[in-house]
Structures are given as C-alpha cells and as structure tokens.
Design a protein around this ligand. Sequence first.
Ligand SMILES: Cc1cc2nc3c(=O)[nH]c(=O)nc-3n(C[C@H](O)[C@H](O)[C@H](O)COP(=O)(O)OP(=O)(O)OC[C@H]3O[C@@H](n4cnc5c(N)ncnc54)[C@H](O)[C@@H]3O)c2cc1C
Ligand SMILES: NC(=O)c1ccc[n+]([C@@H]2O[C@H](COP(=O)([O-])OP(=O)(O)OC[C@H]3O[C@@H](n4cnc5c(N)ncnc54)[C@H](O)[C@@H]3O)[C@@H](O)[C@H]2O)c1
Length: 474
Amino acid sequence: MAKVINPDICVIGGGAAGLSVAAGAAAFGVPVVLIERGTMGGDCLNHGCVPSKTLIAVARHAQAIRMAGRFGLAAGQPVVDYQRLHARIHEVIAGIAPHDSVERFTGLGVEVLQSSARFVDENTVAAGDHLVRARRFVVATGSSPAIPDIPGLDKVSFLTNETLFDLTRLPAHLIIVGAGPVGIEMAQAYRRLGAGVTVIESRRALSDADPELSSIAIAALRHGGVVLHEATTILGAEQDGGRVVLRCENGGGVFQVEGSDLLIAAGRRPNHASLGLAAAGIDHNAKGIEVGPNLRTSNRRVYAIGDVAGGLQFTHVASYHARLVLQQMLFRLPAREDRTIVPKVTYSDPEIAEVGLSETEAREKFGAVDVIRTDLAAGDRARTDGVEAGVIKIVAGRRGRILGVGIAAPGAGELINMWSLAVANGMTLKQVRGYVAPYPTLSEIGKQAVISYYAPLARKAVVRSAIRALRYFG
Ligand SMILES: Cc1cc2nc3c(=O)[nH]c(=O)nc-3n(C[C@H](O)[C@H](O)[C@H](O)COP(=O)(O)OP(=O)(O)OC[C@H]3O[C@@H](n4cnc5c(N)ncnc54)[C@H](O)[C@@H]3O)c2cc1C
Ligand SMILES: NC(=O)c1ccc[n+]([C@@H]2O[C@H](COP(=O)([O-])OP(=O)(O)OC[C@H]3O[C@@H](n4cnc5c(N)ncnc54)[C@H](O)[C@@H]3O)[C@@H](O)[C@H]2O)c1
C-alpha cells in the first residue's frame, strides 16, 4: 500500500530550479519533499553548463598555445589528450555534485524521493510507493534535446548534449545541427581542440541575439575555421559506415556535408509528457507548461518554473523563478517575472552578453532612444591584452535611463554584471558617469562610453560661458 505524506511543498525535479526551491523552503523550516527520477543537479550540472564551460575553458587554453606567437612566445599546435579532457570534465562535475546531492538535501531537512513523479489528481502526486498530498506543488522537470524531423535521422547515430560529454575521443569532423548557444559554443570549442567542424542552421546563427553583437562572434568562429551554413535546410541524413552524410540545400543549391560525428543542438522540448498534467488540470502546450507572470499554472496549487515553463532557459532563470515562487508560497507576497532584467550570455570567444531591451525592442517600445557604442579595442586594457574586436552598446531612454546593454568581448559574461544591476534598478547614465572604475580594466570601456555620451555637453556655449563666469569668483 502506498505511503501517504503531506508536506507543505512538493517539488518535482532536482535540477537548478527544483533544488533552489527545496533548499530555500528548508532554510525556513518548511516541510518539503523533493522528487527526482534521475541524477541530482539536472541538466546544468550533468549535461549542460558545467561540462560545456569546462570544455570551453580547455579549448581556450589550446587556442592560447596556437596564438602565443602574437605575444612573443613560442606558438605551437596544441596536443590534446582527449581522455584526460574527458576525465577533467567529469572531475569538475564530481567536485560540484556533493552540493546538489541527496545527502546534502536530506541534511538540510528535505525529504528526497528518488523516483518518477506523476499527478494522479489535482492535489496528489504519485512517486514510487509514495502518494504526496502537498499544499503547494512546484513542477521543475526541465527540458530535453529536441530532435528535428530530418528524413533518415532515425537510422543515424548522433550525439546530443546528454551524450556529448561521454565521448572519450576527439571527433575528427563534427557536424552540428543548430547554431543556437549550444551549437555555437560547442562548434568553436571543438574546432579549437582540433576537430573539423561544420554547422548547419536553418535560420541565422544566434538568431536571438542582437546581430551587431553576434556577427562579431560568428566572424571569429569562421576565422577559426568553423564552416557555418546559415539559412540551410537539411533534406536528409544517412550513415555511410563510420561517416555521417547530410544532404542540404540553400540559396547556393544542393550540397553534401560529411563528418565523423553528428551533434544535434536544435533546441529543447519540455519534460512534461509523463507528468499526468491532465489529471491535475494543468494546461500545457508543446513549448511547456502554461504559466502566468507569477509562474502559477491553471491549477492554483501548482507552479511551474525553470525550463519546463517554456520561457527563457537559463540556470540563473531557474533560480530567479525559485525565488519568485518561494516569495509567494512562504510569505504570500505577490511576485511577477520580469524578463527584461535577465542577462543572456553565449560563451563563445568573444562572448556575447545582453541585458534589458535590445535596440530594436527599445525603439519599438519607446520610439526615439539613444544608442551609445564604443569599440572595446579603444581601451588601454584591450591593447595590453591583445583584444582586437569587441563592442559595448548601451541603449538609453528618457532622462538617460539605461534600457539595455549588449557587449561582445572576451569575458562579456562578467562585464554584463554591473549593467544587469543597472537595468534591474532603473539606473541612469548619470549614475554610471559618477562611479570610479578601476584602471586598466575592460569594464572601464562602459564608463568611457557614457562619458562620450556627455562629451557634446562640454562644447555647449551655455556651459562654456558658465565656466567663464565662475572664474570671477576666484
Ligand atoms: C549544453 C548546454 C549548456 C548550457 N549552458 C548554460 C549556461 O552556460 N548558462 C545557463 O544559464 N544555462 C545554460 N544551459 C541551460 C541550463 O542548463 C538550463 O536552463 C537549466 O538546467 C534548467 O534547469 P531546470 O531545473 O529547469 O531543469 P533541469 O536541469 O533539466 O532539471 C530537471 C530535473 O527534473 C527531473 N525530472 C524530469 N521529469 C521528472 C519526473 N516526472 N519526476 C521526477 N523528476 C523528473 C530530471 O531528471 C532533471 O533532473 C545550458 C544547457 C545546455 C543543454
Ligand atoms: N550560454 C548559455 O547560457 C547557454 C548555453 C547553451 C544553452 N543554453 C540554453 O539552452 C537552450 C537550448 O539551446 P540550443 O542552442 O539547443 O537551442 P536554441 O533553440 O537556442 O537554438 C537551436 C537552433 O537550431 C536551429 N534548428 C532547429 N532545427 C533545425 C534543423 N532541422 N536544421 C538546422 N537548424 C535547426 C534553430 O533555428 C536554432 O537556431 C537555449 O534556450 C539556451 O538558453 C544557454
């Protein structure tokens, strides 16, 4: 007979989103049950951010060896020990895993059930031999790789982010389907490690980013030897012994791409099919579980957060969502998601980081806006570090309010932090002008951009005569 438990909160999914809710609730002494059917830590730790950023870091070192000549050092072709790289990826995962483990969460006071969860009615979830009747449920079941409908693909062996980091050999030639963040990050990293890389994209590469910024990263990828076919349709896929062959078509006609391995990075699908959502009256569609701005579903007891909610899919969004639902569940305070304060970073080199409204979005919403651009290479630190390309773009509205910022630069993911704070707090250019930036740093370029915005002020006759008048006072 099933064991019935009645916690205050039942969280389904032990990824970034679910773990943040469970840890937050437990910290306030609230009884919480967490149900996870797979490995604790979810996609980010096991198949996403952590392994991909570890691989990218190794690839950056490989590239530094190649480019060393520019700095007066002996350059060379990096020798990649892929088995060692594979071991490093899994060492890094293993180093973080205890933080997300069943043991740690149990120690925090969370009851962890290791099984698959499914709603059996509007306020009951079945998980293994338990029935959980909670006051509130949080669905945080994440997403999985979407597999496109390509003729013949079912007969081809391919990789996804769930299997890529298990490879113990460097692919000789990796074909990647999809030039979103996953495809672009992995394309550059594998190319730098020495693989041949061809990317096929049906639309534009990094189509969610401001083209002025993404074009800088894409140029760097191409310069590094990644072959990228945009606006291209894949007509079919075939396995030819140890090789994968894709038949493609674009404005230039029909052509073939051959490689040793195929990575599908064509977007995500929500993990909600096996959740019994209909039994709980939870509306959903192909993109995810339908939620309002407060992340509540059509069943008032149930929230959906993170990737499964079908909005922005980032780890920091998962923890932002967790805070919003904790605020509502624990303190009964209203909360609304604000997507304009969420930074988005693609970890190419240079990185692309954006927060707030893009230039196009700002013009659509406010009409006339000011756009301030400064080339990164103009900064002293860029010169000392040999950074050749990059830009910061600040979009400002009335009274100099900072509406959005985009950066293409090495370390743009770090540089966007202060601008995320500025956008989240409705700060103005004047406030940025007033802070002291350390010299020489890449971040300084943002302040220089703002100063350039105020430069015409120094040429105004009224300002100059005011300065002259003030001379009479001594
Ligand atoms: C290659 C790659 C790189 C990425 N890099 C970044 C990055 O650099 N920065 C960034 O911010 N984001 C990155 N992301 C996105 C990020 O990984 C996700 O946005 C994040 O993991 C979402 O967290 P989540 O908790 O919503 O879902 P998940 O991490 O997917 O967790 C969901 C959990 O729910 C469990 N589950 C599912 N169904 C059930 C069920 N019925 N019962 C019980 N448990 C269930 C799953 O086993 C899983 O553990 C990357 C993604 C990929 C694929
Ligand atoms: N740096 C980061 O924060 C980071 C890194 C990786 C992933 N992520 C998140 O993970 C999610 C998934 O990333 P993703 O890159 O897999 O998905 P995505 O949806 O961002 O990009 C997928 C790309 O594949 C293309 N595509 C789809 N089907 C195709 C086909 N048949 N042929 C050719 N191209 C096709 C799409 O046009 C799109 O450009 C994103 O939402 C992203 O937010 C974040």
